[in-house]
Design a protein around this ligand. Sequence first.
Ligand code: DOR
Ligand code: ZN
Ligand code: ZN
Length: 350
Amino acid sequence: MIKLPGLIDPHVHLRDPGGTHKEDWDSGTAAALAGGFTTVCAMPNTTPPIIDAAALEMSLTAAAQKARCDYGVYVGATLENVDSATTLAKRVVGKKMYLNGTFGTLKMEQLDAIVAHCASWPADKPLLAHAEQHTCGAAILAAHLAGRSIHICHVSRAEEISLIRTAKDKGIKVTCEVGPHHLFLCLDDVQRIGTGRAEVRPMLATASDRDALRANLEVVDCFATDHAPHLLSEKDSPAHPPGYPGLETALALYLDLVHAGIITIDDVIDKCYTQPRRIFNLPEQPNTWVEVDPDATWVVRGADMQTRAKWTPWEGTTLRGRVERVVLRGKVAYEGGHVLAQPGTGRLIS
Ligand code: DOR
Ligand code: ZN
Ligand code: ZN
């Protein structure tokens, strides 16, 4: 048995408010605990989106009633909230800019708006971007010119990790995360998973993009699941929204990289705890840890998961490494397949 700190997932979509048939603060934080995560940071592309005080209040009220692990929320950037988002800075983990189209309505492409959001947001608060290909370059430059740091979400391509490496080498303040699906899946897997189910943003890339991420893990500051639950009925419909649930398979996949000799267990702690705590200014959770059997094998079954999505792109796969017990602030929150922490016991971190 190995003992890890309470893991942090800085990038999840919990659909509360507005999409609670897919996930809510209760089911999403239950999935987090089952996966070994004691802190999650939730993205603002809910319905309504978290772009003003009223929507933030809705999200935080629901979270206070339902969350089973600790949590924070991001505010989303729009053309209209360049100044008003800043008034919410103390209550959120950071601000998220969506520079490419994805699930939900939050997309902001205009260069002047990106520049303005970089300038207006407090320099000591995290600024994040969904920024693929050209917009990755735009986001890094706009933040650099504003004299501030930026965090690039779910890097998926060789050209992006290469650009980030070069920017870091030049002393530019950029950090980045990679998701388990972009480390383990590529376009060659789409047919097996199914077209609708495989849909995700950023889309699965080529095998050489996937390999470039694996070869540049020292440039990757942290891991983040981008847990994006949608029901199978939605994934299998013509509209097939993008995203995979990821909280309950992530740690076993990270441990697979350890078993394969690609990273060490200390790297997992660094990328799932130390670096996310540093980048997102997260407080310590006293008396909090995760007990993991690194060699226990289990067969992935979406139907057995805590997430309301009840499916996974790893259905039927045998993974090695299982969360046995999670202790959050001195109390057993998860043990032997059961979530014991009650709704409302999670705390707001900001
Ligand atoms: O695949 C994705 N799903 N990528 C995103 O950027 C958003 C997410 C969602 O909210 O479903
Ligand atoms: Zn995204
Ligand atoms: Zn996301």
